[in-house]
Write a protein that binds this ligand. Structure first.
Ligand code: PLP
Length: 495
């Protein structure tokens, strides 16, 4: 096998030596890698290997409309499956607690530089293991920078360990009583934005903003609320909001009330990376701190990342040991690969395709009379109210899945079925766009969704059981399979 642009003779020798040409002629490198990997796992744990393989089949045989899921490339997956696992690397590049971190340093520095360039950010921190971790790092960086450091300085100390027991007690009370203003879960916000059942809800005095009657954020209302609450942090970002956010206006509101502007772009980072969200819709231009997952529209490994202005860089880099006890080197490697992929012209096309596909899906549903929240979408998300079909979100989700359409139920503003059953469905186009699907396929899928909703009935008295006309279920399932056959997952992967 030969690849151009390889920097080290180590990798060159490896590529020339290890995979015989006759294999490369017959199978793609990904096929060889995953087949060999599964063989190796099978020797120890056949049951696990079987489930791994079964998951591939499942993802190939169902239409993935879950908005926060995607299909990572073989390069991303393989960068995360190796002996980098076995290196401890507490700290940041050049400042580690353990010897022998040169290669991890190289990987982390590379990923950080890629992230900074891709998002035009002053600083990047790529260690968070998840979106929640990234948010915890960001929250604590803000608390450290704005509350803790001034208090420590005021007490004449250099760090928290030098405070007296009484000073520390007072500071802890202060840290635990800061105000956070964030979007409510029902309006599309996330659990980690101060919901009581999550650690973030126990950490902050949370105040939530919702959406107006049209389903969109009313900035005048939000500004009024910000003046009342005077939060330490104004947080924007969502998991289920189908419209654009104007980060320039959010910046003005934050400035007016002295809040730090934090944006959680977990869901739409890929759209920002690919330029589908830009200008006033690019949070990195306006926010002090931006957090994200790396596995949703960004199409990388499961993980998180923080971008910030220089002012917060030191505090953010203390994420380990503050929140993260140690980075996961193989996941940082996979993030670096994903960031390389997201820096290509193909990814720009991808990001724009995701948005165009969502729009088409929404239009198809609207044309069929399915109530699409806000009447459409500006991003990768389409939200639907299923109550007119006499269903809960849970029933609709299960009915669709039984016909090979995988999506998730979701709370919607003014939900009448609670957070478990819900009244809504959330669809996303990130994964299907990765498969190469376009407008015609979105029309077909919109049609299939409509047919299932139309012909599903709730079992009386139940919020979860449903009856889907079997003929319709079978027909939709067949059409879904036909679609998936034309857009195979990992076409070069012969498994
Ligand atoms: C998915 C999501 C998260 C959480 O990410 P995890 O990696 O699952 O912890 C945080 N914030 C938002 C807005 C999300 O959509």
């Amino acid at each position: 096998m030969s690849v151009t642009g390889i920097r080290s003779s180590l990798l060159k020798q490896y590529l020339e030596r290890t995979i015989p040409a006759e294999f490369v002629d017959r199978f793609s490198p990904a096929t060889i890698a995953f087949a060999a990997g599964l063989d190796v796992v099978t020797q120890t744990s056949p049951a696990v290997a079987e489930s791994i393989l079964a998951e591939l089949a499942d993802q190939r045989q169902n239409v993935k409309l879950i908005a926060g899921e995607n299909f990572a490339s073989p390069a991303v997956l393989l960068a995360a499956a190796n002996w980098l696992n076995d290196k401890s690397a507490e700290g940041v590049p050049g400042k580690r607690l353990y010897a022998g971190c040169q290669n991890v340093d190289d990987i982390e520095e590379y990923a950080v530089s890629r992230a900074k360039k891709l998002f035009a950010a002053d600083h990047a921190y790529i260690q968070p293991h998840s979106g929640l971790d990234a948010n915890l790092v960001a929250f604590w960086a803000i608390l450290a920078h704005r509350v803790q450091n001034p208090a420590v300085l005021g007490a004449g100390g250099r760090n928290v360990d030098e405070l007296s027991a009484a000073e520390w007690r007072k500071l802890r009370t202060e840290l635990g009583n800061q105000r956070l203003l964030s979007m409510s879960l029902e309006a599309g916000g996330h659990l980690s934005h101060g919901v009581r059942s999550n650690i973030t809800g126990k950490l902050f005095d949370t105040h939530a903003y919702g959406v107006g009657p049209s389903g969109t954020v009313d900035y005048t209302d939000l500004a009024r609320m910000a003046r009342e609450v005077r939060p330490l942090i104004l947080l924007a970002g969502y998991s289920a909001y189908p419209r654009l956010l104007d980060f320039r206006i959010l910046r003005q509101i934050a400035d007016e009330v002295g809040a730090t502007l934090m944006v959680d772009m977990a869901h739409f980072a890929g759209l920002v990376a690919g330029g589908a969200l830009s200008g006033d819709h690019d949070p990195v231009r306006y926010a002090d701190i931006v957090t994200t997952t790396t596995h949703k529209t960004l199409r990388g490994p499961r993980g998180g990342m923080v971008l910030c202005r220089s002012e917060f860089a030191d505090a953010v880099d203390r994420g380990c040991p503050l929140v993260i006890s140690a980075p996961i080197p193989q996941m940082m490697a996979a993030k670096a690969v994903a960031l390389d992929e997201a820096s290509t012209p193909e990814f720009r096309d991808y990001a724009h395709g995701v948005v165009a596909n969502a729009r088409r899906l929404a239009e198809t549903l609207v044309a069929r009379g399915v109530p699409v929240l806000t009447g459409g979408t500006d991003n990768h998300l389409v939200l639907v109210d299923v109550r007119p079909f006499g269903l809960t979100g849970r029933q609709a989700e299960s009915a669709l899945r039984s016909a090979r359409l995988t999506c998730n139920r979701n709370t919607i503003p003014s939900d009448s079925h609670g957070r478990w059953y819900t009244s809504g469905l959330r669809f996303g186009t990130a994964a299907l766009t990765t498969l190469g699907m376009g407008g015609d396929e979105m029309t077909e899928i919109g049609e299939l969704i409509y047919l299932v909703l139309r012909d599903t009935a709730a079992v009386p008295g139940s919020s979860s059981r449903f009856y889907l006309d079997p003929a319709v279920g079978q027909s939709v399932s067949r059409r879904a399979l036909a679609l998936l056959e034309r857009f195979p997952l990992y076409p070069g992967l012969d498994l």
